[in-house]
Design a protein around this ligand. Structure first.
Ligand code: GLV
Length: 324
């Protein structure tokens, strides 16, 4: 019997074509996010499921799928939507899509650094609002970044790719991470390892590039904003709940920090109403990996992962097993 493969969101044909060669595919064919019930109906009896980051994979999902399920292939690098331990307990392999979205996401992080420090969102809003404006020596001055310090929290692939970009802009790199990266990478990037507290208190821009987990929930909250320099900026392209959004609104309103560039939100797609009022916040709708090339590569890699597991072959990018 050919394997049954469910796909819980619309994905590019580059991935679907591979799946069709491997089995019978049931794919959600709408750009709307399916409800939990719709997901559970779709995955019933599946051997493999491709999930988007809007799909929650928990005990109820695994119960709905049933005992044939062998692999959950997330079409995303972040996998906080998946209860990996519950999957492992049932012998279900989990995979994600690292690597293929590194450059696209680092591009967006760098874009947000520039947009926030140079007030580009605000400028665009002025033009579109038809308000009068005039070039002037003191008009809409932003903050220069050359010679400033970018503090990167989470120096994985995306953090390093952002560091390479920032270095080309003449920015100094500091980073905090569970472990220092290799001396060779540090030397290439001119990056200095420091504690998170030191990084927060010395950086002109702080960028979040770490995964989201219970350990990083609200990693940026009132105390951390207090540690930041008054002229500093926060950029988040990782996951929304790493930031306590209410505390961020307070820090932006009070001038505790100078501005923020956000691609992700604590309860997305909802955005804290206070953020909408902050002129000094640049807000974009989770576009980190949103290029045609990257999304095709993500779909292809996720499909490759699923097809390999179904064939009894090691998948290219398994999610590391949770440490016990
Ligand atoms: C996007 O946010 C991803 O994790 O791939």
């Amino acid at each position: 019997m050919s394997p049954r493969i469910a796909v819980t969101g619309r994905i590019p044909s580059a991935g679907l074509d591979l799946l069709h060669e491997a089995g019978e595919v049931v794919a959600w064919d709408s750009l709307d996010v399916p409800s939990v019930e719709q997901v559970h109906d779709m995955v019933r009896g599946a051997d493999a499921v491709l999930t988007l980051l809007t799909t929650k994979v928990d005990a109820a999902f695994l119960d709905a799928a049933g005992p044939r399920l062998k692999v959950v292939a997330n079409v995303a690098v972040g996998y906080n939507n998946i209860d990996v331990a519950a999957c492992v307990e049932r012998g279900v392999v989990c995979t994600n899509t690292p690597g293929v979205l590194t450059d696209a996401t680092a591009d967006i992080a760098m874009a947000l650094v520039l947009m926030a420090t140079r007030r580009l969102g605000e400028g665009e809003r002025i033009i579109r609002s038809d308000a009068p404006w005039q070039w002037g020596m003191f008009y809409m001055l932003g903050s220069g970044i050359q010679g400033n310090q970018l503090g990167i929290i989470g120096m994985g692939d995306i953090g390093q790719a952002l560091a390479r970009r920032a270095k080309a802009f003449g920015i100094r790199i500091a980073y905090s991470n569970r472990e220092p990266v290799s001396p060779r990478i540090e030397a290439d990037l001119g990056a200095k390892f420091m504690s998170q507290d030191e990084l927060l208190s010395t950086s002109d821009v702080v960028s979040l590039n770490c995964p989201y987990s219970s350990a990083t929930h609200h990693l940026m909250s009132t105390d951390q904003f207090r540690m930041m320099r008054p002229g500093a900026f926060l950029v988040n392209t990782a996951r929304g709940p790493i930031v306590d959004e209410a505390a961020l609104v307070e820090a932006l309103r009070s001038g505790q920090i100078a501005g923020a560039g956000l691609d992700v939100f604590e309860n997305e797609p909802a955005v804290h109403p206070g953020l909408l009022q902050c002129e000094n916040a640049v807000l974009i709708p989770h576009l980190g990996s949103a290029t045609q090339e990257t999304r095709a590569a993500m779909a292809r890699l996720a499909a490759h992962n699923a097809v390999n597991v179904l064939a009894g072959v090691a998948p290219p990018t398994p999610i590391p097993l949770p440490s016990t």
